[in-house]
Design a protein around this ligand. Structure first.
Ligand SMILES: [Fe+2]
Length: 372
């Protein structure tokens, strides 16, 4: 977009674009976001300007258009040189917008998800273009199935370090889990794990979880994925009042033991300030005992009944028996994971990645838009 003209007002300027659109930028905003070397360090992307010292009524001494409207230059009273404002930079801020612009996810249930849609080969996933492909699938579907991984913990670390870094938690960083009924004291059958999100007791629940099947000599133990956003969308259609209530009522998650007492609380359906759903957080195992006033208590139970019956319905599930060398990576803020009961030996490795590092990767791979 290029600029065709500008008009100066008392505290702002109107910029007219060749498209015919017009936008208003306040002088203070323009001064605060000047990208000249005195005001901004282009190496570190940090603001050098002492914003609080800029007069509230600052206005330009002179303004001119350059390069056929690709740049507007402003002479500010506190700077020696003109400051160039690229038209592309201003065009990115035509209207107040969020820092990141995440594309709408592809909501899925048992009827429209297939393993092919979410699969990627391990070798491919470690290349730059393959990492982009995996991230795109994660942004679209909330999970990805990585095939033909070497059956070793290092595969988890390699994938994780390609996106961010492994998060340290009470369980450590990279972990292994093995259930072996032949080693149990009595006939021990690893029970079904109903779909849930992890770390509802963490203030900042992990963004991604990685689970690699290292060994499988068992019957049962299918992995289950559920698109929490899909189920939430259904609730919004079926019962908007209950949907709104679940966006308000805070539920506490708790992890008590091993010398820790971790607790966090947030609504099951968490939204951003523009009302977009950003996190489904649900773990009936880790839900603390809480007592709410009516009608919230009854609404919460209605919500749990609605959601958890669907999370456990085959209509909403992707069920898949992971084979050794197969790894699932999923968005823990959107997709619930579970596992069927099994008998035998099953050895898994896994790790978490922080949400901010996942988002960072989405930005550096140009999957979400951002401004800087
Ligand atoms: Fe879990």
């Amino acid at each position: 977009m290029t600029i065709s003209a500008f008009q100066l007002g008392s505290d702002s300027m109107q910029i007219k674009w060749h498209s015919g659109q017009a936008s208003i930028f306040s002088y203070f905003w323009l001064r605060d976001n000047a990208r000249d070397p005195v005001s901004f360090d282009s190496q570190s992307h940090q603001r050098e300007l002492f914003t609080a010292m800029v007069p509230a009524d600052i206005s330009p001494e002179q303004v001119k258009l350059k390069e056929d409207g690709q740049c507007i230059c402003i002479k500010w009273p506190d700077l020696e040189n003109f400051v160039d404002y690229d038209s592309g930079f201003l065009a990115a801020y035509l209207k107040p917008i969020d820092e990141i612009d995440v594309p709408a996810p592809t909501l899925w249930d048992a009827h429209n998800i297939t393993s092919d849609l979410v699969s990627i080969e391990f070798d491919q996933a470690l290349t730059r273009s393959g990492t982009s492909e995996a991230l795109k699938k994660l942004a679209d579907y909330g999970f990805v199935l990585v095939k033909h991984c070497p059956c070793e913990q290092a595969s988890v670390a390699k994938f994780a370090n390609n996106i961010g870094y492994i998060r340290e938690t009470i369980f450590g960083g990279l972990w292994e889990f093995e259930a072996n009924e032949t080693m149990a004291d009595s006939a021990y059958t690893p029970k079904e794990l109903r779909p849930h999100t992890d770390s509802t007791y963490s203030l900042d629940a992990p963004g991604l979880q990685i689970l690699l099947c290292m060994e499988y000599d068992a019957t049962g133990g299918e992995s289950v994925m559920v698109d929490g956003f899909r189920v939430a969308h259904q609730l919004q259609q079926d019962d908007p009042v209950l949907y709104a209530a679940l966006g308000q009522i805070e539920v506490t998650g708790i992890y008590k033991g091993d010398g820790s007492n971790l607790q966090a609380r947030r609504p099951i359906l968490r939204h951003d300030h523009e009302g977009r759903l950003i996190q489904v957080t649900f773990n009936n195992y880790d839900r603390a005992t809480i007592r709410l006033a009516e009608p919230q208590m009854t609404q919460l139970y209605s919500g749990i009944r609605y959601l958890d019956s669907r999370f456990n319905s085959a209509n909403y599930q992707w069920r898949y028996q992971l084979k050794p060398g197969e790894m699932i990576v999923f968005d823990n803020w959107r997709v619930l994971h579970g596992r069927g009961a099994f008998q035998g030996k099953r050895k898994m490795a896994g790790a978490y990645i922080n949400r901010e590092d996942y988002l960072s990767s989405l930005k550096t791979h140009n999957i979400v838009k951002y401004h800087a």
